[in-house]
Design a protein around this ligand. Structure first.
Ligand SMILES: C=CCCn1cc(-c2nc(Nc3ccc(C4CCNCC4)cc3)nc3[nH]ccc23)cn1
Length: 308
């Protein structure tokens, strides 16, 4: 039947332990937009009695061959990652009708970090922020150990599993660093989140673990700004550059002010040690930035400070 048709297409060693049949998928609601696709909340209900599990299903929205290949790479990436701090892969769902494929992941009930912090601001204190920061840092340390560069680290791509657990999501732009190089050069930058980018990513499309460290510093800034929309990195950088700046010259002006050592200002009530940690992530020269393991130790030290 149709499953065998799809199984026949995929080499056996790559076949997934779980193939979800579209006919048992019950659409519930829209969860968000990722790179090249949208994510929906579904119940996988083969018994048809509403006892099935809730899952997050990312559907590819394109028929461009390049996006289909990128989606396949995203699926292979997330399938190869096993960490408490990275959203879990569940399987894939084929639909014969549209000859398309969807990525099935664990459903994280609290949504993205941005919405969560805006909604729960009053009972998230510095210690809780630092716990989230240490979890993201551990997820990135694991990603680095697998030679992956995320390339799209931002609070919008961090999901909240519970009041005490966050996970890294959306691996649509993630690349593997070649074994003989320290960085990955992108040929087609596309619409890039340049306000989260390290200078070398803006000017040379170079991405490395050190450029992920820069973006991690920006995520720390978003965290300690409670992801307030009027304090978001894009808004703060554009205020500095001049809001009337247009198009490609924005990247040039952004690099210019970064070269002149302008950086995002400390968020209100941000502990000084946390801000100085952010500043080390924003060293203009990639080699001067800390490693994720160093950052992990510094975050643990900040948590101890908050305990006293
Ligand atoms: C990573 C960011 C880009 C793509 N993306 C991924 C997801 C996503 N979301 C969720 N849970 C979720 C739970 C509640 C809400 C709500 C919606 C209504 N307003 C309040 C908040 C939103 C999301 N679980 C997931 N597992 C795997 C992916 C995934 C969403 N967007």
């Amino acid at each position: 039947d149709r499953d065998n048709f799809w199984r026949a297409l995929i080499p056996s060693h790559q076949q997934d332990q779980s193939v979800y049949e579209e006919r048992h998928l019950r659409y519930i609601s829209h969860l968000g937009k990722g790179n090249f696709g949208s994510v929906e909340l579904c119940r996988y209900d083969p018994l048809g009695d509403n006892t099935g599990e809730l899952i997050a299903v990312k559907k590819l929205q394109t028929n461009k061959q390049s996006n289909i290949e990128d989606f396949q790479k995203e699926i292979n990436t997330i399938r190869s990652l096993h960490s408490d701090y990275i959203v879990k892969y569940r399987g894939i769902c084929y639909s014969m009708g549209r000859l398309s494929m969807s990525l099935v992941m664990e459903y994280l009930p609290y949504g993205s970090l941005i919405g969560y912090l805006e909604k729960n601001r009053q009972h998230v204190n510095n210690r809780r922020m630092l716990l989230f920061a240490s979890q993201i840092c551990k997820g990135l340390e694991y990603l680095q150990s697998m030679r992956y560069v995320h390339r799209d680290l931002a609070a919008r791509n961090i999901l909240v599993a519970s009041d005490t657990l966050v996970k890294i999501a959306d691996f649509g732009l993630t690349k593997i660093i070649p074994f003989d190089k320290e960085y990955y050069r992108v040929t087609h930058p596309g619409e890039s989140p340049i306000f989260w980018y390290a200078p070398e990513s803006i000017t040379e499309s170079k991405f490395s673990h050190k450029s992920d460290v820069w973006s991690f510093g920006v995520v720390l800034h978003e965290l300690f700004s409670y992801c307030e929309h009027n304090r978001n990195p894009k808004r703060l950088c554009m205020q500095e550059i001049g809001n009337d700046m247009q198009g490609p010259s924005i990247a040039m002006h952004l690099n210019d002010i970064l070269k002149k050592n302008w950086r995002l200002a400390a968020p209100p009530h941000c502990p000084p040690k946390v801000y100085s940690m952010m500043m080390t992530c924003w060293a203009y020269c990639a080699d001067d930035r800390p490693t994720f393991s160093t950052l992990g130790d510094q975050i643990e030290a900040c948590i101890q400070d908050e305990r006293e």
